[in-house]
Write a protein that binds this ligand. Sequence first.
Ligand code: PLP
Length: 406
Amino acid sequence: MPAFDVAAVRRDFPILGTSVRGRPLVYLDNAATSQKPLAVIRRLERYYAQENANVHRGVHLLSEQATAAYESARGTVAAFLGLKDARGCVFVRGATEGINLVAESWGRAHLRAGDEILLTHLEHHANIVPWQVAAERAGARVVVAPVTPRGEVDLPAFRSLLSPRTRIAAFSHVSNALGTVNPAAEMTRLAKAAGAAVLIDGCQAAAHFKVDVPALGCDFYVFSGHKTFGPTGIGVLWGRPELLDAMPPYQSGGDMIRKVDFAGTTFREAPERFEAGTPDISGAIGLAAALDYFMPLQAAAHAHEQELLAAATERLKGVKGLTIVGQAPEKVAVLSFTLEGAHPHDVGTLLDADGVAIRTGHHCCMPLMKSFGLAGTARASFAFYNTLEEVEVLARSLERVRKMTA
Ligand code: PLP
């Protein structure tokens, strides 16, 4: 593997060279959203300056080219997920919309009174609330696998909660709040053996390591473009094409129809079946540019991030009064922590004064926080463009906060 040149990579991200509050920006809020490389920024500019047209059905050249670029982006997404066939890749607004689509559409077709939906305590609200809504509509029940004190899914408990009533298991590949990497292939195998469908929320995995959907064996996989170095407003739901084709439309209108007649309308198959109306054309093209940029770096980026995680864990353990929340052996570079005597929001505000951007609060994981007896944590989440020097800036800033609040 070639040595990872973090300085060169950083030059690809203009925002990383900026200052906030008079200090060089130390951006450690990557789990909320990632920064964008020039490859994406320039691709969006070129699209709008030279290529903009609506897709599908246009007979003029620009429309044909925009359609080709949009469909080629679908192919890039398929390659990113390790898929040979792009047909199951549906462009959506983000992970939240992808999960809502499955909960609503698949749920309407498959959930009945007495059925169970198995989640885990690690889930983001985006992978809880749509299932609560779907369960209420069907008279089904949400069942939740607990987490261990280290922040891992309790696998024996997960297994024991699976039953012939379990219609679907929906869980995150990686926890946004703690960084835990779940044994997603094993969880999928267990759920499938019990006869359940499986949805994996890959929002926090996609930016950190190679995702191989066929190897996972799941039925649905979702991720958001903006957390994977692409634009906001675009994301992907992958579903097994045969499942998608059998699901009722989620939204209806133009583009998703085969034939419209006041006597009755017929719908297309996936992916168009779930892409009603003009899609986010530039978003899809921008996402493809992000993935094209990221894919060749992926392995080296992962190794660099693991180095950052190890260094930050060691260094932060030395900050007096700091407790790391979530100590699973398999993690991406996310550090959640509390600082004795300081409210997480105060920690975030004081770090901001040093140019360090972190996130504080419940991280859209209220049930997880409750299970740890916490209202919230401070969270530093790294990307491959972060550096060991930035780990040191974070640690020194925390030491300063500690002195001010102790
Ligand atoms: N799932 C996880 C694990 C997340 O971290 C997030 C966002 O933080 C989401 C789902 C929702 O993603 P989005 O807001 O892009 O739809």
